[in-house]
Every structure is written in structure tokens, then in C-alpha cells.
Ligand binder design. Structure first.
Ligand code: NAP
Length: 245
């Protein structure tokens, strides 16, 4: 209907989600709200409105969708944020609010890559040779699986300093975000890393470490994506933007 504003809730926490908000927020017929879990102390600026913190499960999200008169729910969370995506699918069914999902294609190995694909964090831990010097390019909630391997030297990167003591036998903590190819190459080379562990997130934002490993002939233990429910599926911000506008 001309003149009515449509309300879009973007489940965010990714660069894609912020980019989508930037494309949609200046449309006069849209109200755009991005939801963040609140994991990062200082998230970057996001166009439109933001809300921070969990909804309180499926029912909480359903209540939010109804109470805030949301017309469209967009799941643009990280491909490994399985719980939130599952809640989004269930809340969409409960409320009848349409769900669109942005799922970027997984990375594929190219010439020069030396990948071992594994299904889980535990399998990644077991795949590492004895006394590896490993860069764990994983979120903070995923690294503890590796602390049981007392023979490893683990290099860990976090955006915010940890509040807890990290229980590794031998480790280095780097505070920062993923860098470009030259920065990631420097990181791997300067720490004499011989294995990279990461998840197959897809997209450009965190791909440089994989390229750096290729350039340095470092084997990669690649954790495959879990299956999760999706709404109407889009592979890029461009496709999703076109569908919404
Ligand atoms: P998750 O395990 O799928 O979700 C756990 C709980 O966190 C959800 O049940 C929900 O709480 C809350 N939550 C998650 N995403 C939310 C959002 N966008 N807005 C409001 N609440 C949210 O999620 P996760 O893997 O911890 O990821 C958390 C956030 O970090 C997501 O926004 C994701 O896009 C981003 N992120 C994750 C990764 C990753 O590796 N998983 C990487 C980069 C960015 P309630 O049940 O209370 O609603």
C-alpha cells in the first residue's frame, strides 16, 4: 500500500547484515532494525535502528515480531549461528512473519589449498598433529575444545580481551580483528604457524587467512557448516536487497 512503512528486522552480527542495513535504511518506506546478540563490546556503526541482546528464545522472538509489528524477518547471522537461525525459522512459522535468509556460499578449495574438512570442533582438535603450532581462527566460544591438547601451541585472536583465564598449556593471545592478506600472512609467518583451524564461513570478510595459508603452504583444518533451517534463501546482499526493495 503506498504510504505505509514496512518494518524489517535483520538478525545481524555480520558484515553482510550491516551492509544490508546500510542499503535498506535510507528507503523512506522501510523501518530497518538490526538485532545484535551483544557479544562484542563496541560493534561498528550500523545504519537504521539497532537493538541488542537475546530475545529469550523462540517465544521471545515471536513476541518481539508481533509487538514491534515486524513485516519481514531477515536472518543474516553468521552461518555457524545455528541456534538463532533455528529460532528465526520457528518464530516465522509461529507468527506468519516472512523469513528471508542470507546464506553466503561456503568457500571451496582452489589450487594450492591443503584442506582437511572435518565436521566438528572435536574432530578438528583430533586432526592436529602432535606439537602443532596452530592458529585457531575461531570465535572465543569455540576455542576451549582445544585446551585438552597439552602438546599444542595455540595462537588465538579475539576482538575483546577475555574475562576468564584461557586454560591452554602454551598460547599467545592477539587482540584484533581479521586482517588483509598481507597482515594475515605476517601473522602466520611471524608465529611460525604450521596449521590453521577455521570454520567454513564463506564470504570475503575473513577469507584472507585462508589465502595466507595457501601462500605459505600451511595445511588448513576446515570445519564444515552445520545444516540449519532457512527461509527463502539468498546468497548475496545484492540479491536480498533486490528482493526486499
Ligand atoms: P547462536 O549460538 O546461534 O545463538 C545463541 C543465542 O544468542 C540465541 O538463542 C539468541 O538468544 C542470541 N542471539 C544470537 N544472535 C542474535 C542476534 N543477532 N540478535 C539477538 N540475539 C541473538 O549465536 P552465536 O553463534 O553465539 O552468534 C551470536 C552473534 O554473533 C550472531 O549475531 C552472529 O551473527 C554473530 N557471529 C557469530 C559467529 C559465529 O561464529 N557463530 C561469527 C561472527 C558473528 P535468545 O535465545 O535469548 O534470543
Amino acid at each position: 500500500m503506498p504510504g505505509t512503512r514496512k518494518s524489517v528486522l535483520i538478525l545481524g552480527g555480520t558484515q553482510d547484515a550491516s551492509e544490508l542495513a546500510g542499503r535498506l535504511a535510507n528507503q523512506p518506506n522501510l523501518r530497518v532494525i538490526t538485532s545484535l546478540a551483544g557479544r562484542t563490546a563496541h560493534p561498528g556503526a550500523i545504519a537504521g535502528e539497532t537493538r541488542i541482546g537475546g530475545f529469550g528464545g523462540v517465544n521471545g522472538l515471536s513476541r518481539y515480531l508481533t509487538g514491534s509489528q515486524i513485516d519481514l524477518l531477515v536472518d543474516a547471522t553468521h552461518p555457524f549461528a545455528t541456534k538463532m537461525s533455528s529460532h528465526a525459522a520457528q518464530a516465522s512459522r509461529q507468527t506468519g512473519v516472512a523469513l528471508m535468509s542470507l546464506v553466503r556460499p561456503p568457500w571451496q578449495p582452489v589450487k594450492g589449498d591443503d584442506w582437511q574438512s572435518v565436521p566438528t570442533l572435536d574432530a578438528a582438535r583430533e586432526a592436529l598433529p602432535t606439537e602443532s603450532r596452530v592458529f585457531l581462527a575461531l570465535g572465543r566460544q569455540y576455542i576451549s575444545a582445544f585446551s585438552a591438547r597439552r602438546d599444542l601451541h595455540c595462537v588465538i585472536r579475539m576482538v575483546d580481551p577475555p574475562v576468564e583465564i584461557l586454560p591452554f598449556a602454551s598460547m599467545e593471545l592477539i587482540l584484533g580483528r581479521p586482517g588483509n592478506l598481507s597482515e594475515e600472512t605476517d601473522l602466520l609467518r611471524s608465529r611460525s604457524i604450521d596449521h590453521l583451524v577455521c570454520r567454513n564461513s564463506g564470504g570475503h570478510a575473513s577469507y584472507a587467512k585462508v589465502e595466507a595459508a595457501r601462500h605459505l603452504s600451511i595445511p588448513v583444518i576446515m570445519i564444515d557448516r552445520p545444516a540449519m533451517p532457512v527461509g527463502q534463501l539468498f546468497q548475496s546482499v545484492d540479491d536480498l536487497t533486490t528482493a526486499i526493495l
